[in-house]
Ligand binder design. Sequence first.
Ligand code: ZN
Length: 321
Amino acid sequence: LTPSITNGSPGNGATLVDALITAMAEVIPSRSGLSAAVSLGAALDHRNGAVYGSAPLWGASEGVVKFKDLLEGRRPDVRWHVVNDVTAGLLAYRNRHPELSGEKVLFVTVSSGIAARTFDPQTASIPLDAAGLQGEIGHLPSTRGFNTPESQRCACGAADHIAAYSSGPGIKRLAEAWRDRDIDSWRRSVLGAPDTSPVTFEQAFSNALDGGDRVAVEILRTAVVPFADVLTYALTLDPSLDRIVLSGGVIDAIGGHYVTAVKERMQAAGVFYTSEHEPEWAVGKLTIAERSDGAGLIGAGLFAAEASFTSATRAMGSVSR
Ligand SMILES: [Zn+2]
């Protein structure tokens, strides 16, 4: 189990970082010439393995954590590779789908947060910005919420980011807002039915969608709007994107319903003129990734294997595969 604030591990940010470093350093056998790859669910600088922040892991106060440096300090005999879990997910997806090797793929995870990575087949890499990042779309301004009663706070602390609406916790908060606003329709919905068995909100929401519950469908429609809009922006700015792959916990649970709602929005308020004249062009690119629980580990391994063959200068500019 990963020591973290989220799962209630004891200690503050600094001691949780230390506990994770210790756990990872101890699990590697003492043998010379070993490499180790780590997949981490945090925004990190892919050039040097420094984590910009991870509120779910360590709380908001920890600042930049030089994660790879700390691992190297603890186990200098090991060659460490630190990769973000979305990047790892994209590498694993491409590995499972060799037929897509020439395609420009936008890989998105929708779970407790939202993030995306684009693989560029021209350079065979995941290009990075000046901070060693790419595709943190969950923390872009949302097209919903601003200065309205439905305004929601993101896990990062800012108001009305995309993840505040379209992520798992975002959907749940929108449902709670519905309940507080319109208790009568809530009570008539599957979501507001008196508990006959101990189901979580996630299970109840999934069941409600399967049954075509009006309230659940309407909540999901509202939730996906900013997410669908950012995909429309992406396709407007870069029509060379061949495929948009959705993955992550929310997609594993309610992917079919989620994609239906996203497509609806992308066709109702889509790429200018194109959504009218070529209605299938944008939504036809959407696909759901098959469930793969080991994708983070597989992708991190692929990242490490590639890094061993790639010159240091190239690795500074991009995440290559
Ligand atoms: Zn945010």
